[in-house]
Design a protein around this ligand. Structure first.
Ligand SMILES: [Zn+2]
Length: 123
């Protein structure tokens, strides 16, 4: 609660570096849980008890499979980024662009808490 703030007028209060690491951490942990669950749903876990009933036709299954591969890859990439971001919170470097070291704008972190780069470097 005591945040050592002396904002008499809290209009634009927390725009510079306003992302609260604890909040970000919560978000990231939530995201991590979601991603891990999604990956599980996609069959990332090897032993999953094959309920073959779910797939009626083989073609559907194959199509589904290759589609899932792409999704899985991107989920895995995100998951890794989320883990990296959590590690960065621990080491106190969270929210900094990995390329130029600039503070990543809050609105980016808001939407994408695991962002690695500022908008300039992300092109
Ligand atoms: Zn940058």
């Amino acid at each position: 609660m005591e945040n050592n703030k002396n904002n008499k007028s809290s209009e634009v209060g927390s725009l510079s570096n306003g992302m609260n690491p604890q909040e970000a951490e919560k978000k990231l942990q939530q995201t991590q849980a979601d991603l891990e669950k999604e990956l599980k749903d996609l069959g990332e876990v090897p032993e999953m008890g094959s309920d073959v009933d779910a797939f009626d036709t083989e073609t559907d299954e194959a199509e589904e499979y290759s589609k899932n591969l792409g999704i899985k890859d991107s989920l895995k990439g995100r998951l890794q980024a989320v883990k990296d971001a959590l590690a960065k919170i621990q080491s106190g470097t969270y929210g900094k662009c990995e390329k130029c070291g600039m503070q990543i704008p809050e609105e980016i972190l808001e939407v994408n808490p695991e962002a690695r780069f500022c908008s300039h470097c992300n092109k």
